[in-house]
Each structure stands twice: as structure tokens, then as C-alpha cells.
Design a binder for this molecule. Structure first.
Ligand SMILES: Nc1ncnc2c1ncn2[C@@H]1O[C@H](COP(=O)(O)OP(=O)(O)OP(=O)(O)O)[C@@H](O)[C@H]1O
Length: 246
């Protein structure tokens, strides 16, 4: 039987038939404001509650902001950082600024994937990470799409070498049907896509598991909500092209 990592996100483990197969590198893809960062943070926080250490690689936001954002959902990671079971890798500031000086894991040149991999490897080892989030991988190849696959493969090597299960956040534009480009999509073990669609004058959130190596899973598009406790997916409901059918 395949070993699984429970996301603990209400409804998500159900549509994954029990959770993400261990060691999978999952691309979490979606347009702006679809809930990628919240879902990825919730995955890490739930891991901490289950005694599974984690690492958050911040490429899009200041590490201080990452902690503030998580706290808004009641996910205060401070004590876990102090205990050494959670780490934020700062791949955002380049070490510039007063707040950045207090960060333990800093990537001096965030465009240098080699340096990022080295700092990540240290953080993974220090906290004995079982879960990792990279938010977002798109930042690493935005200006050079041709290197996307090699970037993902370098990350995959360090991640699978340590036995972690990971979520790589992938940003796509509102109109894009794909998940972040062919190199990335084929290299990932799983693809989960979040969407935000206007239906009858209202934005509807939905999630679909496009692929997940090592398991069967729901092939349906399920509605979800963002609450003040995080994401809640409705596994018994399906979103059709227009409107929600219960
Ligand atoms: N407490 C909350 N309750 C309900 N919805 C919220 C709450 N906080 C944030 N949201 C919703 O979540 C959205 C942001 O989610 P998130 O930051 O995860 O998006 P994202 O997919 O990472 O976007 P981007 O790629 O633009 O960074 C907001 O636009 C808002 O609609």
C-alpha cells in the first residue's frame, strides 16, 4: 500500500483517496487570488499539528509577511520555529533590510537556483522536514522559461533525496488553461489546480486534481471556500461549467 501524507485540509484528503502519496512533488497551480498560498500554508501547518516538520521557501513575499499571513488564520508558527521543527527560507529579500538580518536561512541571490538548493538542503536537514512548500517556483524561471524543467529537476533531486512531500506553487494567468508550462507539468508527480470563475455575477472557487502519481483520485471539479480557518473543500459537490450542482 502506498504511504500517504494527510493534508488535513477538509475535503482534500477525500478527493485524493487518503492524501498525497509520500515523496510526491505536487504542482499547485492557479491564477491570482485563487488560494494557492493559503492552501500551501495550511498543508504545512497541519503537518506541524501532526508532528511533521516543515519548510516554507518564500520567493514572493517577505518572510515576516509570510508569518503574519499564516497568523491571520490562527497558524502561529513562532513556537515551531523556536523548537526547530519549522523554517522559513528567505529567498525574497536577498538579505537586505533590518528584518532580513534576523532570518536564519537567507538566499543572497534569489535568482541563483544553485544557492537556493544549497540553503534549502540545509534547512531541510536542520528541521528534519517532511513537508516543503516553495512559493512560487514560477519566480525561478519567469524571465527564462527554457530553464523551467531543469530548475524543477534540481529541486526534485534535493526534495526526493530527503524523503519530503512537497507543494510547488505555480502561478498562471487568469486566462491560461495550463499549469505552468510543459517542462514543469511533466516533471511534477501531481498537479492540483485552483480556479476562480465568474458565474452569474459571482466568483466561484473550485479545485481539480489533474494528476497524482501513485493513487487514484477524484476527476471532478469540486467547489471550495476560504474561511477564517483556511480552505474547506466540498468533496460531495461538483462544479459544472455554469453554477454549482450539489
Ligand atoms: N480570512 C479570509 N477569509 C476568506 N477569504 C480570504 C481570507 N483571507 C484571504 N482570503 C481570500 O484569499 C485570497 C488570497 O489567497 P492567496 O494569497 O492564497 O492567493 P494566491 O493564489 O496565492 O494568489 P497570488 O498568486 O496572487 O499570490 C484573497 O484574494 C481573498 O479572496
Amino acid at each position: 500500500m502506498v504511504e500517504r501524507v494527510k493534508t488535513g485540509i477538509p475535503g482534500f484528503d477525500e478527493i485524493l483517496n487518503g492524501g498525497i502519496p509520500k515523496r510526491n512533488v505536487v504542482l499547485l497551480s492557479g491564477g491570482p487570488g485563487t488560494g494557492k498560498t493559503i492552501m500551501a500554508s495550511q498543508f504545512l501547518w497541519n503537518g506541524l499539528q501532526m508532528g511533521e516538520p516543515g519548510v516554507y521557501v518564500a520567493l514572493e513575499e517577505h518572510p515576516v509577511q509570510v508569518r503574519v499571513n499564516m497568523k491571520q488564520f490562527g497558524w502561529d508558527v513562532k513556537q515551531y520555529e523556536q523548537q526547530g521543527v519549522f523554517a522559513v527560507v528567505d529567498a525574497f529579500t536577498g538579505g537586505i533590510g533590518e528584518a532580513a538580518k534576523r532570518e536564519k536561512y537567507v538566499v543572497k541571490d534569489p535568482t541563483d537556483v544553485g544557492e537556493l538548493v544549497d540553503v534549502l538542503r540545509t534547512a531541510l536537514k536542520d528541521v528534519n522536514a517532511m513537508r516543503v512548500v516553495i512559493d512560487s517556483v514560477s519566480t525561478l524561471y519567469l524571465t527564462k522559461p527554457s530553464v523551467a524543467r531543469s530548475v524543477i529537476m534540481s529541486l526534485k533531486k534535493v526534495l526526493s533525496g530527503t524523503g519530503t512531500t512537497s507543494i510547488l506553487v505555480s502561478q498562471v494567468s487568469v486566462t491560461e488553461r495550463g499549469f505552468g508550462g510543459p517542462g514543469v507539468e511533466h516533471a511534477a508527480d501531481g498537479i492540483v489546480r485552483l480556479d476562480l470563475d465568474e458565474v452569474d455575477g459571482e466568483l466561484i472557487r473550485s479545485v481539480i486534481v489533474w494528476k497524482m502519481r501513485g493513487t487514484s483520485h477524484s476527476l471532478k471539479r469540486h467547489p471550495f471556500e476560504i474561511t477564517d480557518k483556511g480552505i474547506v473543500i466540498y468533496p460531495d459537490k461538483v462544479v459544472k461549467t455554469r453554477g454549482v450542482v450539489g
